[in-house]
Ligand binder design. Structure first.
Ligand SMILES: CCCCCCCCCCCCCCCCCC(=O)SCCNC(=O)CCNC(=O)[C@H](O)C(C)(C)COP(=O)(O)OP(=O)(O)OC[C@H]1O[C@@H](n2cnc3c(N)ncnc32)[C@H](O)[C@@H]1OP(=O)(O)O
Ligand SMILES: Cc1cc2nc3c(=O)[nH]c(=O)nc-3n(C[C@H](O)[C@H](O)[C@H](O)COP(=O)(O)OP(=O)(O)OC[C@H]3O[C@@H](n4cnc5c(N)ncnc54)[C@H](O)[C@@H]3O)c2cc1C
Length: 689
């Protein structure tokens, strides 16, 4: 009660705003003066950078057209978002999904445009997994015959699918899965209930096509409330001797050197005589690599880098815009105005590297989607040579960026002070819906160790003098003795601004970590089993994986910035951001780098000066750099991150919609507090106020 009173007293309320129904109401005609000044003072025009981020002007215009379809349609309104119960959120999300599909058909949108549409909706859609995993699994794992049968059904939503791999007892350890598929040659069916040939993918019908009721032998339902993901009905599934036809085992990658007429044919243009895994008589043949059935997970890990970008872009947009609108305390007692919170060094140290990561994830996300497409193309040629590299890279990047993004969302929330804790800031919801990304699609500790396995292999190959993939060749340094290294001895802070210096030091540090991890692993291997040695060396191995992944991400950021189509002014702003991110990473490792004689004390001093200078440079363009993401108020659904900066009015207007404000005295007070107070007064007398 007290808090509500003080809130209403401290606000100067504009009447038009108090009628607002949505946090995304456009009020650009009354732009906050601080935000206006920031935009006027930037060194580049964000409108010149935005098309580059969206793949060119034409694609940006298509994106905007598709976005308008969503934002102008009442089904996608967001005014009820923060007040809905879980069931309402789920129901609304299903309504949005259905409308989305109608709009795609009505406007004859391409697959790319329908993905764009999904990205514009501020909600996790219950059919998300159908598009992100079920359809990609059929494409990636199904034979041409299977694709021909299932893809049209799935793409037209005559069937909807999920990806039910994790069990109650096993998520990480796929070889430990207990669900089994036993082939019955008499009926030519699999009985899903037992096989010891490792994980394989099957299409299993679980509900009746008309009634949507579970089929016999199937128990299925919602797992109940979670930390977030309220709009999703993540489910449990139990299969009791469920029978499916033999050709519902996805068999694209299966081969048999000795074909026989009863084997299911597997297509491959170069190797047309390759044949599949389970014959009609029940004989089993291994695929050329047992991990090929994990391909859908590689795909999702790749698109998750773009998803991290989207979340970091949203969070930094909110925190940076709010950081210039919010004024708090006096930096100097004589100042005429309170300080913008973004001028505090501690705010900049936290937020600007995250802005750098938002751009890094953006460029890396584009690269990884292309990398996955290249992998698919090579697998279709029966060429497995890319598999190990892509698995090693995606596992490391998945672990690194989902950690940065989820911790970053929380950092942005804290950077917004008390109002950041309000759900109207948008940040708590972005956080709770994003944070499971650290767990799903491979728990991050496990993913770091998978990446480390690949790095150790690369290290051992380099030590034997073998050539590595060009992207990995820098690891050769790790095998050289470190006592010969000399410090950089840079001649001033500005020398730190060169990408070549930054990448050299980041790579050197990653090599130091990898060499240390291999030393520890080898020491352990000398006295214990392989499994225990890897377990005991987990910490240095994980550190090596993260530092390698940082190198990869920074390279991809640099590659994205170096594209000729970016205007010079914007490129310079992005280069400063990249330098700041790289130097902050190096600064965090400075003691180890000095110890290894890679940096002198003077290098470290210059580094600190360079960081301070860069904070000021990035500060000038911070708003322009987030404006360039061009995230709409509708998508952000944030009182603090609005384009017009009218944050207090939006917060107040949103608070009015709280159901606790529907009556001047709440039901809880009437039913419980008032009788209690009445009783106290009856016992002790009416207070004199
Ligand atoms: C463009 C579109 C844009 C759309 C945008 C929309 C935005 C999208 C946002 C994304 C939302 C996504 C929602 C997803 C929801 C969650 C879904 C799930 O969690 S689903 C559930 C997800 N569940 C998980 O992710 C489970 C995680 N667990 C696993 O992946 C595995 O069990 C394991 C990897 C940990 C071990 O596996 P195990 O069988 O025990 O293997 P061993 O240890 O014995 O290693 C043997 C060797 O194999 C190697 N190798 C391994 N994998 C691969 C691979 N893929 N390949 C190649 N190699 C691989 C390994 O390195 C080793 O090599 P070596 O050293 O011997 O040479
Ligand atoms: C929101 C959400 C949605 C999901 N959606 C799906 C879905 O659609 N389909 C699906 O199949 N699954 C789904 N999952 C499940 C998800 O993929 C698993 O939770 C994930 O793979 C982790 O497995 P686990 O839960 O068994 O964790 P565990 O493996 O039990 O992990 C517990 C702890 O043990 C550690 N650990 C385990 N193994 C190792 C190891 N080898 N080395 C070191 N540490 C280890 C982990 O680091 C972790 O700290 C979803 C999960 C969430 C949270």
């Amino acid at each position: 009660q007290t808090d509500q009173t003080s809130l209403s007293l401290s606000l100067s309320l504009s009447l038009s705003l108090s009628l607002s129904l949505s946090l995304s109401l456009s009020l650009s005609h009354i732009m906050n003066p601080d935000l206006k000044a920031e935009r006027a003072g930037a060194s580049f025009d964000p409108k010149a950078l935005t098309p580059h981020l969206y793949g060119g002007q034409a694609r940006l215009e298509r994106f905007n057209a598709v976005r308008r379809l969503i934002e102008e349609d009442p089904v996608f309104r967001v005014d009820d978002y923060y007040f809905a119960s879980r069931e309402e959120r789920y129901t609304r999300a299903m309504e949005k999904t259905s409308r989305l599909v109608q709009l795609v058909k009505q406007h004859n949108l391409s697959e790319e445009e329908s993905i764009v549409m999904r990205l514009c909706i501020r909600e996790q859609l219950p059919l998300g997994l159908h598009w992100v995993m079920f359809i990609p699994a059929i494409k990636g794992q199904g034979t041409p015959e299977q694709q021909k049968k299932w893809l049209p059904l799935a793409q037209s939503l005559r069937i909807v699918g999920t990806y039910a791999q994790t069990e109650m007892g096993h998520g990480t350890f796929l070889r430990g899965l207990e669900t089994t598929a036993t082939y019955d040659p008499a009926t030519k069916q699999f009985v899903l209930h037992m096989s010891d040939h490792g994980p394989h993918a099957f299409i299993v019908q679980i509900r009746d096509l008309d009634s949507h009721k579970p089929l016999p032998g199937v128990s299925v339902g919602d797992i109940g409330p979670k930390l977030g993901y309220d709009s999703m009905d993540n489910g449990f599934l139990k299969l009791d001797h469920v029978r499916i036809p033999r050709d519902q085992m996805l068999m694209k990658f299966a081969q048999d050197p000795k074909p026989s007429p009863v084997w299911i044919h597997v297509w491959s243009p170069e190797r047309p005589d390759d044949f599949a895994q389970v014959s009609e008589s029940g004989a089993y043949t291994r695929p050329p690599n047992t991990k090929l059935s994990y391909g859908t997970m590689i795909y999702v890990r790749s698109v998750m880098i773009s998803d991290a970008a989207r979340h970091l872009q949203a969070a930094t947009t909110i925190a940076i815009r709010y950081g210039v609108v919010r004024r708090q305390s006096l930096l100097e007692e004589t100042a005429s105005k309170e300080t913008q919170v973004l001028d505090y060094n501690s705010s900049q140290q936290q937020l600007f590297p995250l802005l750098g990561w938002a751009y890094a994830c953006h460029f890396a996300g584009q690269h990884l989607i292309k990398m996955y497409q290249d992998l698919q193309a090579s697998l279709n040629r029966a060429d497995l040579s890319m598999l190990e590299y892509v698995h090693g890279t995606t596992t490391g990047l998945k672990a690194l960026v989902t950690t940065i993004a989820s911790e970053g969302l929380e950092t942005c929330r804290k950077a917004c002070g008390g109002h950041g804790y309000s759900r109207f800031s948008g940040l708590p919801d972005f956080y709770q819906d994003y944070v499971p990304a650290c767990t799903y699609e491979g728990e991050n500790n496990v993913m770091k160790l998978q990446c480390a396995r690949y790095l150790v292999k690369c290290f051992r190959q380099a030590a034997k003098g073998r050539n590595l993939a060009p992207e990995m060749s820098y690891i050769g340094q790790a095998t050289k003795p470190s006592h010969t290294s000399k410090p950089l001895n840079l001649d001033g802070p500005d020398a730190w601004l060169h990408w070549k210096i930054q990448s050299r030091v980041l790579e050197a540090k990653a090599c130091l970590s990898l060499a240390a991890a291999v030393r520890e692993l080898d020491r352990q291997l000398g006295s214990t089993s392989k499994g225990k040695a890897w377990n005991n060396a987990a910490e240095p191995l994980s550190a090596a994986a993260l530092e390698h992944s940082q190198v990869v991400m920074l390279r991809l950021l640099e590659g994205g910035i170096a594209t000729p189509s970016i205007a010079d002014t914007a490129r310079r702003a992005l280069e400063s951001l990249r330098s700041l991110l790289a130097l902050k990473l190096i600064q965090a490792q400075a003691p180890a780098l000095q110890l290894a004689n890679l940096l002198s004390a003077m290098d470290v001093q210059h580094l600190s000066t360079a960081v301070t200078k860069l904070l000021a440079v990035v500060r000038r363009d911070a708003v322009a750099l987030v404006d360039a993401f061009d995230l709409s108020d509708h998508f952000l659904n944030s009182a603090l991150g609005r384009y017009d900066g009218q944050v207090y009015e939006a917060l107040y207007a949103a608070a009015q919609k709280s159901t606790l404000n529907a009556t001047p005295v709440t039901r809880a007070v009437q039913e419980h507090l008032q009788p209690l107070m009445k009783f106290s007064r009856a016992m002790l007398g009416m207070p004199k106020l």
